[in-house]
Design a protein around this ligand. Structure first.
Ligand code: H79
Length: 575
């Protein structure tokens, strides 16, 4: 699927905060956390008046256009008698997760602790218990960081603005300043120390017009003043830039929060965490049985780690207080892998490869590379352009730590790996000194032609390689994104240029140029029928000088949500 939202691309530099490295240390090492969406919306579980509302169940108040007075009828029904904080924290622990982020308040404004502000909170349900307090105590016992998700947007508070169009409460006396005061008073309760040291304040719902950069900066400072070591995500302020979740030095917030996606090449120089659901809803959804496989979850976690990011994986407990069985099974399966291979994830850093490799992913620690193989059929693992003094390579799994044969040359390294029954086999490469990757440029084939395949491209922004049946650059959703190749024709020459791509007719029309220095050829994307119907078309001629250079595809105009899926550019030498 193509994300159609534009993301901001400002360069994120660490703001003036000398303590940031110390404050972020646990978070950077953790790599894996549990998101918990739990609230009144868990009761209807995506159904209202007999109708099913697919997708995010915590959005039901909006998707089913429920008036606050009707939604309030859920409060006396909240009685999750099977809730057991010990079991939840133990599950996160067994899953290999290092922190829990639970909804203290979601967009429906309902406080999941007995707040002193008003009555719209768990203290006024039949259950009465303070679930956040019980979790705080268990987290302390089981050495788990507790964090709160807190929505700025609030569909219930009478002073919150803007009013939903189906909410007929009089808005003329609503006072947003009063709303902010209530929110701060509630946050003060959460950060008073009663719940211990909170790891992260995970804000959300910051995108409405009433929330401003000034309010964001102020809220960030407020939260840090109550708990100086707390980490605050970028949604406290206005610097998020779409679902891609890039942060920017101009805005408050300690890290970026891509939602339901993993950035193609990571976000170099920025701390980030991808949050994701296991099915298609954050809150419990009765009718959503569309679970990601454990293998997908595991490879997502590894993908994040290999790009220097965290993975925050969601569960939506039931109205009885139980984490759904399918979620538990998947969590424990990934947890089993982490128990054996966690060394490759926890405390690791982004691997040295700028682009994801076709067979899997790589993380690193001083003196070690961890090669995690997604393609179980692979018998040869190539590390193109790797420059390292390799001491030895061995399998992380099993007691034997089997030594793996490795061939190393100035073009990179290559391993011959045995068949494996592991979900994701891991090989440890011990190295002396510095590791770097220098990918050689693409050189001409026997006919003097240059084949620029998607897998060899360098991409910026959202644009990224998609394998599977596409084998193309996809997610090219921002006109600023570029796709380029380092090429090295041996002599000056003229080429016929063809481009192999796919684009639905309704998304066609983008214009682009393929250029190296002054030499360029332009084209317009003509519809091919779908994102997976590939077609080769001629763009005309291009004359290149011999020698190493960069050939870049850039977009001059993108009338719709995306440019194209680009599979191959072929430069055929004219004789
Ligand atoms: O809590 C879960 C969801 O309920 C919540 N975030 C996760 C962690 C969520 N809120 N909204 N959405 C998910 C989808 C809404 C996206 C949009 Fe937008 C809001 C589209 C336009 C406004 C994102 C924010 C893109 C631009 C601003």
């Amino acid at each position: 699927m193509l994300a159609s939202l534009a993301a901001g691309f400002a360069i994120a530099l660490a703001p003036q905060d000398p303590d940031k490295d110390a404050r972020m240390k646990w978070w950077r090492e953790a790599r894996y956390g549990m998101f918990i969406h739990w609230g009144l919306y868990s009761i209807p579980g995506g159904e209202w008046n007999g109708q099913n509302y697919p997708g995010a169940s915590e959005w039901l108040m909006t998707t089913a256009k429920i008036k606050p007075a009707d939604y309030e009828k859920l409060q006396p029904q909240f009685n999750p008698v099977k809730f057991n904080a010990h079991d939840w924290v133990k599950l996160a622990k067994d899953a290999g997760m290092k922190y829990i982020v639970i909804t203290s308040k979601h967009h429906d404004g309902f406080a999941m602790w007995p707040s002193k502000e008003g009555t719209w909170n768990i203290g006024n349900t039949p259950f009465k218990r303070d679930v956040l307090k019980e979790l705080a105590e268990e987290c302390k016992k089981q050495d788990m960081k507790l964090c709160f998700y807190h929505s700025i947007m609030d569909w219930h508070h009478p002073d919150y603005l803007p009013r939903r169009e189906w909410d007929d409460r009089d808005a003329s006396k609503a006072d947003f300043v009063k709303y902010v005061a209530t929110m701060k008073a509630q946050l003060k309760e959460l950060l008073s120390g009663e719940y211990g040291d909170i790891g992260i304040l995970w804000f959300d719902g910051e995108w409405e017009g009433t929330w401003t950069h000034e309010r964001g900066k102020d809220l960030y400072a407020f939260v840090r003043s109550l708990q100086p070591n707390i980490i605050v995500n970028n949604r406290v302020d206005k610097g998020r830039g779409g679902m891609g979740g890039f942060s920017d030095a101009e805005f408050a917030g300690d890290y970026g929060t891509p939602e339901q996606e993993i950035p193609g090449n990571g976000l170099p120089g920025v701390d980030w965490e991808s949050c994701m659901t296991m099915n298609n809803s954050w809150g419990f959804h009765k009718n959503d049985h569309d679970w990601k496989s454990a293998q997908t979850i595991l490879t997502n976690l590894i993908d994040c780690a290999s790009k220097g990011g965290n993975y925050l994986l969601n569960v939506g407990p039931s109205p009885e207080g139980l984490i759904p069985q399918p979620s538990q099974e998947r969590l424990l399966e990934v947890g089993k892998w982490l128990k054996a291979n966690g060394e490759a994830i926890y405390g690791s850093q982004a691997g040295p490869f700028v682009k994801p490799l076709p067979w899997g992913r790589v993380t690193q620690k001083p003196g070690k590379l961890y090669l995690m193989v997604f393609d179980k059929k692979a018998s040869r693992i190539d590390l193109p352009g790797l420059k390292a003094n390799i001491r030895k390579v061995y399998s992380l799994q099993g007691t034997k730590k089997e030594i793996i044969p490795v061939a190393n040359s100035d073009r990179g390294a290559s391993l011959t790996v045995p068949p494996s029954t592991e979900n994701v086999p891991v090989y440890v490469m011990e190295v002396d000194g510095k590791v770097s990757v220098e990918v050689p440029p693409i050189s001409p084939d026997n006919n003097g032609s240059l084949n620029l395949a998607a897998i060899d491209a360098n991409t910026t922004g959202h644009a990224q390689y998609e394998g599977g049946d596409k084998q193309a650059i996809g997610f090219w959703t921002n006109a600023k994104d570029t796709v380029s190749w380092d090429v090295s024709p041996s002599t000056d020459g003229t080429y016929n240029v063809t481009i192999d791509y796919a684009c639905p007719n309704e998304d066609a029309g983008s214009t682009f140029t393929v250029a190296s220095g002054e030499a360029k050829v332009s084209g317009t994307v003509v519809g091919t029928g779908s994102w997976s119907t590939f077609q080769a078309v001629s763009l005309g001629q291009l004359s290149l000088k011999g020698g190493r250079q960069k050939l870049t595809v850039s977009v001059s105009n993108m009338p719709h949500g995306a440019v194209m899926n680009l599979r191959l550019i072929k430069l055929t030498k004219k004789s």
